[in-house]
Design a protein around this ligand. Structure first.
Ligand code: URA
Length: 210
C-alpha cells in the first residue's frame, strides 16, 4: 500500500530546493532548478507504473526485458504554476499525454471555480499525475482532483514541490486514495495562505511576474 505522503528526502532534491527558496535566485535559475527537481520527483511518483516484459535480442543473446505496460500515463498541470513542473516531467516521459485544469478562487465565496479543463481520453485506464508546485490550503488541489475523478480518473497521484500540513490534511480528508509526492513538508501557512518558510509565489518566481 502506497503511503499518503512521500517526502523525497534526497540530497540533490534538498540542495536544489534550498537554492530555489533563496529570494535572490533569479528567474532563469529558478526555472532550471524546478525542471531538474521535477525530474527527480518524477522518478519517485512513477515508481508504481505497471510493467511487463518483451522478448528482445541483445548483441549476445535473447532475454525477456522489462518495459512499461498499459496506456500512456496522463500528466495534468494545474494552471498556471503546474506548467513549471510539467515541463521537466515531460522531458523524462516524453510520450505522456497531457491535460490542463484551470481554477481560480472566487473572491466572495473563496471557493475554486473552473475556467479551463482539457484532459486526455480514457483517463480511467491511465495512471494520472496531477502537478502543482505548491500544496498550500489544498482547496484548489482537492477541487482539481474532484474534476479529474468526474472525468473518469481512478488511479491518481499528486506531485508538488512544497506542501503545507494544512494542504496535506485537506487532501487526505477529500482524497485519501491519492498519494502525494513532495520535496518538502514545510511548517505552516501564514495568514494570507503562503507556505512558510516556503519560497514565495511559485508562479511569479518561475515566470518573472509580480
Ligand atoms: N502558492 C504559492 O505560489 N506559494 C505559496 O506559498 C502558497 C501558494
Amino acid at each position: 500500500m502506497t503511503r499518503h505522503l512521500t517526502v523525497v528526502d534526497h540530497p540533490l532534491v534538498q540542495h536544489k530546493l534550498t537554492l530555489m527558496r533563496e529570494k535572490e535566485t533569479p528567474t532563469a535559475v529558478f526555472r532550471q532548478l524546478l525542471r531538474e527537481i521535477s525530474q527527480l520527483l518524477a522518478y519517485e511518483v512513477t515508481r508504481e507504473l505497471p510493467m511487463t516484459t518483451k522478448r528482445i535480442e541483445t548483441p549476445l543473446t535473447e532475454m525477456d526485458a522489462p518495459v512499461l505496460d498499459g496506456k500512456k500515463l496522463a500528466l495534468i498541470s494545474i494552471l498556471r504554476a503546474g506548467n513549471g513542473l510539467l515541463d521537466g516531467v515531460l522531458e523524462l516521459i516524453p510520450s505522456a499525454r497531457v491535460g490542463f485544469v484551470g481554477l481560480y478562487r472566487d473572491e466572495k465565496t473563496l471557493q475554486p471555480v473552473e475556467y479551463y479543463f482539457k484532459v486526455p481520453a480514457e483517463l480511467g485506464d491511465r495512471m494520472v499525475i496531477a502537478v502543482d508546485p505548491m500544496l498550500a490550503t489544498g482547496n484548489s488541489s482537492a477541487a482539481a482532483i474532484d474534476k479529474l475523478k468526474e472525468a473518469g480518473a481512478v488511479n491518481i497521484r499528486f506531485l508538488c514541490l512544497l506542501a503545507a500540513p494544512e494542504g496535506v490534511a485537506r487532501m487526505k480528508e477529500a482524497h485519501p486514495d491519492v498519494p502525494i509526492v513532495t520535496a518538502a513538508l514545510d511548517e505552516r501557512l501564514n495568514e494570507v495562505g503562503y507556505i512558510m518558510p516556503g519560497l514565495g509565489d511559485a508562479g511569479d518566481r518561475m515566470f518573472g511576474t509580480k
